[in-house]
Design a protein around this ligand. Structure first.
Ligand code: CUA
Length: 239
């Protein structure tokens, strides 16, 4: 999660987010080079003499300053496309989580198990305890196994919402009548925070997303305590 004075991206908690951060830094370095060059040129321009007896045209420089930006753009476009298609890939998911956006809370369905679904409301400030974060914690957290490919399907029941976890690199619009799909895997155990990021009404700011990332064994135990069909599922997850 974001803490004080964290102006940059959050640490990546999934392989995709790590790649996204590398891409962000890569692009920023290219921008820095361009900005430096342009600033230098604009500064030296101030001392230019604006007359020349011999220069009527400059084919070479015009060809150069047309092609160079095109080449630079290729160096941004290639890794960008690589990431785009990597994020679109579904890597044989171990389980599926369905998130449904409501005004103003999320509800979740673990479709691989029977009767495993719940609503997830923000814990209001009056009930806030020392162990919870303001505007970010929910009464029912999503529990997910770490190091497992997870498919997330997102939809909405009323208006547009957006299921967003910055540290996972996931930001998917929840649209009524549509089902969007993303996949991710979580690198480590811990708690991940996110918020709705589609202006969805008065309480848009108060429908956070909280993931509890646990080991596969702990996840199975959690499911066993809640679901009726967990026995079939132990086999699938272990194999
Ligand atoms: Cu839901 Cu903003």
């Amino acid at each position: 999660m974001t803490t004080w004075l964290n102006m940059s991206l959050q640490d990546g908690a999934s392989p995709i987010m790590e790649q996204l951060i590398f891409f962000h830094d890569h692009t920023l370095m290219i921008m820095l080079m361009i900005i430096t060059t342009v600033m230098y040129m604009m500064t030296t321009l101030l001392w230019n003499k604006h007359t020349s007896r011999f220069m009527l045209e400059g084919q070479l420089i015009e060809t150069t300053w047309t092609i160079t930006p095109a080449i630079i753009l290729v160096f941004i476009a290639m890794p960008s496309l690589r990431l785009l298609y990597l994020m679109d890939e579904i890597h044989n998911p171990a389980m599926t989580l369905k998130a449904v956006g409501h005004q103003w809370y999320w509800s979740y369905e673990y479709s691989d198990f029977t009767k495993l679904e719940f609503d997830s409301y923000m814990i209001p400030q009056e009930e806030n305890q020392a162990s919870t974060f303001r505007l970010l914690d929910t009464d029912n957290r999503i529990v997910l196994p770490m190091n497992s490919p997870i498919r997330l399907v997102v939809t909405a029941a009323d208006v547009l919402h957006s299921w967003t976890i910055p540290s996972l690199g996931v930001k998917t619009d929840a649209t009524p009548g549509r089902l969007n799909q993303v996949s991710f895997s979580i690198n480590h155990p811990g708690i991940l925070y996110g918020q709705c990021s589609e202006i969805c009404g008065a309480n848009h700011s108060f429908m956070p997303i909280t993931i509890e990332s646990v080991s596969a064994n702990q996840f199975i135990n959690w499911v066993s305590s809640l679901s009726e069909s967990s026995d079939d599922w132990k086999q699938v997850l272990v194999s």
